[in-house]
Design a protein around this ligand. Structure first.
Ligand code: FAD
Length: 467
């Protein structure tokens, strides 16, 4: 068994899961985390309270033996519940049936479970320790404790899982340019909360279509798409929903700049998201207190300094959240890296280079698809042409499952590389567009001819693994 000490920075979702897997493979792992231990101090996440877990993330959790534990504390989401301006709603299923669903999980609870499991596997965590610098030539790092007192420690192999604002990345960049590019989306987000149904007046609940302790249908990801902006809501196990408003940061109304306070924002909500405001009794506090988060995509030319330092997860490839894949992608990273390191523990430089070779095209692909999905979620889900394409796609998926699978399903319910999903999705989309250009009404399309077009134009899909 390998016995090499790895210094890991960041005990967030990706860092904690990676640490557990490395320890299982016999590596000695020391993890330094800026925040206090959330199991003692309470979780200070703050950015998104819940996240959508999909097949790729689940597969990584299976590898770590944690999938069942996580699913027990998750809420199943079958599709998008699209709420229009008139207050009507309709479910658009993500997959073909309940074998193709995503799961809403609590970021805090998941992180704490991962910490417990990693500790049980032999990982040592040091909380309240911020990386503030690294000397890659001397093989050491500098850490600051919560009172700012600094110390130096040896670290021959440094792994940065310290998120989008990675300090490891800053230190690496100061040593050798990583070719960093950060593309801001220009849109921000703010989180609000719908409490459990028991905390809301009966009259409000009568209109909202909720069930049991939930004020809205629990088994869906709710979307209020409004063109340039949108609200979404994901369920939490105890009956609440985390609502996120996505809006341009600056510019003409509506933008966060034109909604400076809760009063203006409440008027905007009443007009644009009928019924939603009455489900958020603490709207004023939430709006005034919760910060506007920024959204960017991070691109790097280099993810590693030979065998001395490597970035993964958001530290290497932060993306916008609209495909719900940032954590899922980071979890996939952990499985690949653990396997490569276990195969060649004596050759970290080779392993890190191979890791980047394998993962970077996929990280780039999901970054592109996440940006495209913002348009789809905030705009297209309510667009008749988009709905016609969806309908035709669903008919073809049933008729020729070996030749057509919607890109969303390839990303969300299979393990095919993201880069393949992007490429295949583009090719399929071009054929759907071609068919609908010739015959705009789906009911008028000759499905046998359409199936033949797909079969003659595209190679069969690879054998797809679910779950
Ligand atoms: C609004 C929003 C919604 C999202 N929704 C989804 C979703 O539905 N599904 C999904 O898959 N993904 C989602 N994501 C993306 C997901 O949150 C990230 O991809 C994921 O958290 C990345 O994990 P990470 O461990 O790489 O980074 P983080 O979760 O950011 O963890 C980094 C850790 O490093 C620590 N750290 C930072 N700096 C230092 C330092 N100097 N020294 C020591 N420690 C440090 C931090 O305290 C933190 O614990 C969403 C993101 C946002 C912003």
């Amino acid at each position: 068994m390998a016995q090499q000490t790895i210094t890991l920075i960041g005990a967030g979702l990706v860092g904690a899961l990676l640490a557990q897997q490395l320890a299982q493979r016999g590596f000695a792992v020391e993890v330094f985390e800026k925040r206090p231990d959330p199991r003692l101090a309470g979780f200070l996440g703050g950015r998104s309270i819940n996240l959508a877990l999909a097949e790729r993330g689940l597969q990584a959790l299976r590898t770590a033996g944690l999938a069942d534990d996580v699913l027990q504390r998750a809420v199943m989401m079958r599709g998008r519940m699209v709420h229009d301006r008139d207050g009507n709603s309709a479910l658009q299923r993500y997959g073909v049936d309940d074998s193709e669903v995503i799961w809403s999980v609590s970021r805090g609870a998941l992180n704490m479970l991962l910490l417990d499991t990693a500790e049980a596997a032999g990982v040592t965590f040091h909380f309240g320790q911020s990386l503030v610098g690294a000397d890659f030539d001397g093989g050491s790092i500098r850490l600051a404790d919560t009172s700012g007192v600094e110390r130096e420690l040896p670290a021959d192999m440094l792994i940065g899982a310290d998120g989008a604002g990675s300090a490891v990345r800053t230190a690496m960049n100061a040593h050798t340019s990583l070719g960093e590019r950060i593309a801001s989306l220009g849109h921000g987000y703010k989180e609000l909360e719908i409490p459990p149904a028991s905390e809301l007046p009966a009259a409000v609940l009568q209109l909202s279509g909720g069930r049991d302790q939930f004020a809205l249908e629990p088994h869906a990801l709710h979307i209020w798409p409004r063109g340039r902006y949108m609200c979404i809501a994901l369920p939490n196990t105890e009956g609440s929903f985390t609502v996120t408003l996505f809006l341009p940061a600056q510019g003409d109304a509506p933008s966060f700049a034109t909604l400076p306070d809760a009063e203006t924002a409440a008027a905007f909500f009443s007009e644009q998201f009928p019924g939603l405001l009455s489900l958020i009794p603490k709207f004023t506090e939430d709006f005034d207190q919760n910060p506007v988060g920024t959204l960017s995509t991070l691109y790097l030319d280099r993810w590693h300094l030979d065998g001395r330092a490597l970035l993964l997860g958001d530290a290497a490839h932060a993306i916008v959240p609209f495909h719900g894949q940032g954590m899922n992608c980071g979890f996939e990273d952990t499985v690949v890296l653990t396997r490569l390191l276990a195969e060649a523990p004596q050759d970290p430089a080779g392993v890190f280079a191979e890791f980047q070779r394998v993962r970077q095209p996929n990280a780039d692909a999901i970054a592109t698809m996440a940006l495209e999905n913002y348009i789809e979620m905030r705009d297209s889900v309510a667009d008749p042409h988009y709905l016609a394409k969806r309908e035709l796609g669903a008919l073809l998926a049933a008729r020729i499952p070996g030749h057509y699978m919607a890109r969303y399903r390839l990303v969300t319910f299979t393990h095919v590389p993201y880069a393949y999903a992007l490429e295949r999705g583009r090719a399929q989309d071009a054929l759907l567009e071609q068919l609908l250009r010739d015959t705009p009404r789906v009911a008028d399309i000759d499905l046998d001819a359409a199936a033949r077009l797909f079969q003659s134009s595209l190679p069969p899909l690879p054998v797809l693994r679910h779950g």
